[in-house]
Design a protein around this ligand. Structure first.
Ligand code: NAP
Length: 551
């Protein structure tokens, strides 16, 4: 897919779009989306600069280096698929690679493609301003330097706007505290014999707990809303399996492209009604549970997303597993979610529920008794006080929009922060009306999907559009307000048709931004499926981009 985009390259030299500006394109970020975008723009022949706040490539995989961090996507589709050589040379060791391995992989890609020379590290971008008269963007760094470009591509991803612990008194705490999303890079945190608190039980928190429990004197987990934690069932990838994947990479990737969530799974057509026998249903769920991770939801009953009865059966099966694993019935009961499975993104766990059978791990339910402050010695809830040596905050992100609204991005008439403070608007997650020559990757309204696959689709599309502009001599592109409105309606209606929407507000899911106080509720990703998104992108290209205005 990636290499087809510039079958006929219309950009003849780096001076095309690079005349009169510092760079033809400026990209922010070196996660999967930033590196994939850099590759696409270079392939077009454009001059590119990538600015990265961290000191190494990785993006979310650089910052989130907390203990236990690993993917919950199987390694064979957690890749940048554009290079046959890299696919042949790189060998993953685990089914779900750990954070150090993912970061090493991204570094390997950057080295192998000689990308470092186009990346400026330790440089935070704080602003970007469109100038209509020159049709350029001016991008501003935190140290006051500014650079001009034709195309501005903040590839900030979904998880670059991390939330701060929202509790008063944090600066009075006399122990150590850490944010999982900004874990120390220059020291190893020592938990040995320490009393540790973990606040937050999302995908991050549930990965931290079992690892810290090995050495800490005690781990106290503060849970506001329980999650459906699916068993990861990680394993070391045997050589024959790796070889087999390498031989069939094109098929594996092609299959992922056709899957609703970007996984290389067969399309599931089984509904609850199609399996009337209770024992057979149980066996299907058992097989999904054994397969682990997202296979539990995507390879059991496909109607769990819209049929309440089906969803309840799949949800109840997890509750039964929790009760079977966790010995203390009260703790098990507190760990059981009551909302429909998938209404929050289910994390993959690696002995999370089992941790609660250890004598040094305990659960504090704060659903009715919230944390009110951090004290000198620990945490205070509405009803109790706890002492700790270390507090770990795993409280989540201002997903999708946060990484962008924290940059002062000024378009034709307003800023993204002002516009999205009213309502979230994009066209298919790649452009925003009022922000010419700006492309987004893996941000708001990107397909809800295994990220590297969605990134590949989006970067391919952006590359093709820029190439189309070059072919016709255009220097300005902007999605039309009409196309944008239609797309936003589609995002909302495709989401509202599912069971997930009904529960999202109640459980304050990040799907609609409800986890961030004051953020207007709006579905943040496109939940219609990657495959449908791909078809729409293809149709748009075939019809020569009718949703965009060129000049
Ligand atoms: P999250 O899923 O939003 O979880 C945040 C947790 O913090 C929730 O349990 C939340 O409780 C809790 N919390 C927030 N504010 C709180 C407060 N004031 N008091 C008490 N608890 C509070 O965030 P995350 O775990 O960082 O994960 C975010 C997303 O990142 C995931 O859904 C996933 O997409 C991605 N991720 C992926 C991986 C992976 O691939 N392996 C790993 C980590 C993260 P409530 O639920 O009650 O709001």
């Amino acid at each position: 897919m990636g290499d087809a985009s510039t079958a006929t390259p219309y950009i003849k030299s780096p001076a095309d779009y690079g005349e009169g500006v510092d760079y033809a394109a400026i990209v922010i970020g070196t996660g999967f989306s930033g590196l994939r975008m850099l590759h696409e723009l270079r392939k077009l022949g454009l001059s590119v600069k990538v600015f990265e706040k961290g000191s190494k490539v990785g993006g979310a995989w650089y910052w989130n280096n907390y203990p236990g961090a690993r993917t919950d996507t199987e390694c064979w589709t957690y890749i940048l698929s554009f290079s046959k050589e890299i696919k042949a040379e790189w060998t993953w060791t685990e089914r779900y690679p750990s954070q150090p391995e993912v970061q090493a992989y991204l570094n390997f890609v950057a080295d192998r493609c000689d990308m470092h020379k186009d990346i400026q590290f330790n440089t935070a971008i704080v602003g970007a301003k469109w100038d209509e008269s020159t049709r350029t963007w001016t991008v501003l760094t935190a140290t006051g330097a500014s650079y001009t470009c034709r195309f501005f591509i903040p590839a900030t991803g979904a998880l670059s706007g991390s939330l701060e612990p929202p509790f008063p008194g944090l600066n009075t705490f006399q122990g150590e505290w850490y944010k999982t999303s900004d874990w120390p890079k220059d020291k190893t945190v020592d938990f040995l014999g320490k009393r540790v608190a973990v606040v937050g039980t999302g995908a991050t928190g549930v990965q931290v707990v079992p690892i810290v429990a090995h050495s800490a004197a005690s781990v106290t987990v503060f849970q506001r809303t329980p999650n459906y934690v699916l068993p990861g069932r990680n394993f070391y990838v045997p050589e024959p399996m790796n070889n087999e994947v390498k031989r069939n990479y094109d098929q594996v990737w092609g299959k992922a492209m056709q899957h609703v969530f970007g996984f290389p799974f067969d399309k599931e057509t089984r509904t609850l009604a199609s399996v009337p026998d209770d024992e057979e249903r149980r066996q299907i769920l058992e097989a999904g549970w054994e397969a682990g991770g997202f296979r539990y939801v995507y390879q059991t009953f496909e109607d769990l997303f819209y049929d309440a009865k089906s969803n309840e059966m799949v949800s109840e099966f997890v509750r039964q597993k929790i009760r079977a694993i966790v010995k203390d019935p009260k703790t098990a009961d507190l760990l059981c979610p009551r909302y429909p499975i998938m209404a929050k993104r289910p994390p993959s766990g690696h002995f999370y529920y089992e941790s609660f059978n250890r004598p040094n791990v305990s659960l504090v339910d704060i659903s009715d008794s919230p944390i009110t402050e951090v004290t000198k010695t620990g945490l205070r809830t509405a009803t109790n006080e706890y002492d700790f040596d270390i507090i770990i905050f795993a409280v989540g992100f201002d997903v999708a929009t946060g990484g962008l609204t924290r940059i002062d991005i000024q378009g034709l008439e307003s800023t993204l922060k002002e516009d999205w403070g009213k309502s979230l608007t994009t066209y298919m997650g790649v452009g925003v009306s009022g922000y010419p020559n700006m492309f987004l990757v893996a941000g708001p309204h990107a397909p809800a999907s295994n990220v590297p696959v969605a990134v590949d689709v989006m970067c391919d599309w952006i590359g093709k559009e820029i190439n189309y502009m070059a072919k016709h001599g255009y220097t300005r592109i902007e999605p039309s307000a009409e196309a944008q409105n239609e797309w936003c309606k589609k995002c909302a209606s495709d989401f509202e048709g599912s069971l997930l929407a009904k529960a999202s507000e109640e459980i304050k899911s990040w799907y609609i931004g409800a986890n961030v106080p004051g953020k207007p509720y709006s579905v943040l990703l496109y939940f219609g499926g990657l495959q449908k998104y791909l078809v729409m992108a293809h149709d748009e290209e075939e019809a020569q981009y009718p949703a965009f205005r060129f000049s």
